[in-house]
Design a protein around this ligand. Structure first.
Ligand code: PLP
Length: 355
């Protein structure tokens, strides 16, 4: 039986993506070779890379002057590549969760990383607003969706400096005004493809302004010049990502995906808010539509494990909260069908009526 997959990452991919990838593993584009054994310089794979870049540009309406890259190293490598390539002296960071703190830690290796706002004291349960952004910062780094804590910023803030965003867990879930950003990056394994490739959108004009020596592989300009083919790219993850991008286009693009995501999240938050035993952990104005975090009310806390077992008997997997916060987390990425959310909501109601 196909499971209802609520894992936070690696996470559910569309059936289309998985089916097409399975086909390409057997025979890639009629080459008589598997995608696993084909040259990345073959014309068939170069076409894959070109189409993937073009579809990212189309889906996110990327303006002229930006490049779309598919790199290795995960979002975590971007925590260092961003300051290495962009930080002259001082940048601002929002400390909105574990991934944001990891980005801050790396940035401090390259200059002054000022934390302009933090929700750490409130266990990252809200997305800070009302902070001042000094106009002389090299950039402001934000994490648009805090995968572990279930908070999200669904707008592109107006600030007097360029933005850099880690959009690993909510990219392609809304239209983005890319022109406000110098860099947008996202590890693939949340809303795009299998682990192993990282999507980076970088503004050409933002580069070449730092004095430090940058190792070749960590310099965005290397990958721009070579169209993400300086070295062997993660061929299979790029192929699968292209299948997801085609699927997103077929679905009607990011506006249509956002409407579905809002509907799915609304269903689950309604169930949480009307429950006698479950309660949400993120402040309502900061709630993520990708990762929904909730717990049992204190008087029912000992039932947590029982609910996870109850749900798993119905094929619902991946709802255990991150080990650093506990409770539950249901990740509702683009590929998750509404029926899976309905199944979870029904399980919550049935469990509640038994306790
Ligand atoms: C998962 C995640 C990361 C880490 O991604 P890796 O590709 O494993 O390095 C970073 N930021 C956010 C917001 C994430 O959700």
């Amino acid at each position: 039986m196909k499971k209802h997959n609520f894992y936070a990452g690696p996470s559910i991919l569309s059936q289309y993506t998985i089916g097409q990838t399975a086909e390409a593993i057997k025979d890639f584009a009629g080459t008589g070779l598997s995608i696993l054994e084909v040259s990345h310089r073959s014309k068939e794979f170069v076409a894959v890379m070109d189409e993937a870049q073009a579809l990212v540009k189309e889906l996110l309406d990327v303006p002229e002057g930006y490049h779309v890259l598919f790199l290795g190293g995960g979002a975590s490598l971007q925590f260092a590549m961003v300051p290495m390539n962009l930080m002259r002296g001082r940048a601002g960071y929002l400390d909105t969760g574990t991934w944001a703190s990891n980005a801050i830690k790396e940035a401090k290796l390259f200059g002054e990383a000022d934390v302009l706002a933090s929700s750490k004291d409130a266990n990252y349960t809200f997305y800070p607003t009302g902070y001042e952004v000094p106009a002389d910062l090299d950039y402001l780094h934000i994490t648009t969706n805090n995968t572990i804590y279930g908070t999200e910023l669904r707008t592109d803030p107006d600030v007097p400096v360029p933005l850099v965003a880690d959009m690993s867990s909510d990219i392609f879930s809304r239209p983005v005004d890319v022109s406000k950003y110098d860099v947008i990056y996202a590890g693939a394994q949340k809303n795009l493809g299998p682990a192993g490739v990282t999507l980076v959108i970088v503004k050409e004009d933002a580069l070449g302004k730092v004095d430090r020596a940058i190792p070749t592989m960590l310099d965005y300009r290397t990958h721009i010049k070579k169209g993400s083919m300086f070295n062997t790219p993660p061929v299979l993850p790029v192929y699968s990502s292209l299948m997801t991008l085609r699927y997103y286009k077929e679905m009607g693009g990011v506006k249509a995906l956002e409407a579905l995501d809002l509907k799915k999240a609304g269903m689950l938050y309604d169930a949480i808010d009307s429950s006698r035993i479950f309660v949400g952990t993120a402040r309502p104005d900061s709630r993520s539509i990708m990762n929904v975090t909730f717990v049992m009310k204190p008087e029912y806390a000992e039932l947590e494990k029982a609910f996870i077992d109850f749900a798993s008997q119905r094929g619902i997997v991946g709802i255990k909260g991150h080990r650093s916060v506990g409770g539950f987390r249901a990740s509702l990425y683009n590929a998750l069908p509404a029926e899976s959310v309905e199944a979870l909501v029904q399980a919550m109601k049935d469990f509640e009526s038994q306790h």
